[in-house]
Design a protein around this ligand. Sequence first.
Ligand SMILES: Cc1cc2nc3c(=O)[nH]c(=O)nc-3n(C[C@H](O)[C@H](O)[C@H](O)COP(=O)(O)O)c2cc1C
Length: 335
Amino acid sequence: VIYRVARSLLFRLPPETAHRLGLAGLDLAHRLGAGYRTPPQPHPPVEVMGLRFPNRIGLAAGMDKDGRHLDSLGGLGVGFIEVGTVTPRPQPGNPPPRLFRLPHNDALINRMGFNNDGVDALVKRLQQRCYTGILGINIGKNKDTPADAALDDYRTALTAVYPHADYIAINISSPNTPGLRDLQQEDALQALLDAVCATRAELMTKHDRRVPLALKLAPDLTPAELQACASVIAASDIDAVIATNTTLARDGLQSDRAATEAGGLSGRPLRDRSTEILRHLRALLPPRIALIGVGGIFSLADAQAKRDAGADLVQLYTGLIYQGPRLIRQLSALR
Ligand SMILES: Cc1cc2nc3c(=O)[nH]c(=O)nc-3n(C[C@H](O)[C@H](O)[C@H](O)COP(=O)(O)O)c2cc1C
């Protein structure tokens, strides 16, 4: 009920303002002790990527790009939080407006463009957190880094966040950084995975800890492209694949004022497409590679469909904007 009232107010504001205010409200409630408390977790923890997750439900990247709200978001009862995408250097992202609601479609379009404070600021903030749950850190390249230096950005970010992450997500699937998705092309992916896995091997020795690596893919890969990606991933030391990021597709949308905005579409229209990608990946990848299903989860049935397609864990973003924290409570029945 509280969220329904809050939502009707927040949805009158521009989406990015509403996002900031919503998180500020959550932080305030958390500080006053009046916020949500971590609900009792009746189910046994699950082991994925060698980590123990208290439940299978996580917050997807982009919700808390700079790790500013970990303590209050952690209080919602999720099993893990993925912060980022963070880039080596701070960058402002695209000019606003860059986030749009499609209420008739239960969807969002965003072209944020990796607005973030940079990796050093993130690391400093993470050192002050109280949140003790599982933390994923999602890394990407700066917009102005030329394509032929992209691997350096991933190596730099990986090295900086390594001691602070439970797992690290390599994002090559945002549609809002020009050329980023080209890293999913077979040869480029091979070079990227060679580079990040070699850097991880060095960091593992240095820090005496193996941090799992997850690769986040786009839903817009053709079956042939997906197969090529899968064979490169299967031959690498990557621990998990996150499927999927937002889509450039616009088919099947109900009419909505913002439906023609440029950017990545998330939410209900993405759901089945990303579940199909997940199903294909499960068939193409060896069982040692875990799968994290994300895209259009609005109900327990949606999350169960991801599980049935092979997801070990699931993540939420747009569903949480439309439904509020009750969605997390509803999903606590997911096994
Ligand atoms: C406003 C917004 C910002 C996002 N930013 C990122 C990001 O920085 N990095 C990333 O990997 N995914 C990002 N995503 C994608 C989500 O993590 C997720 O993959 C996608 O939205 C599909 O899930 P959903 O339908 O539950 O929202 C963003 C999504 C939204 C809506």
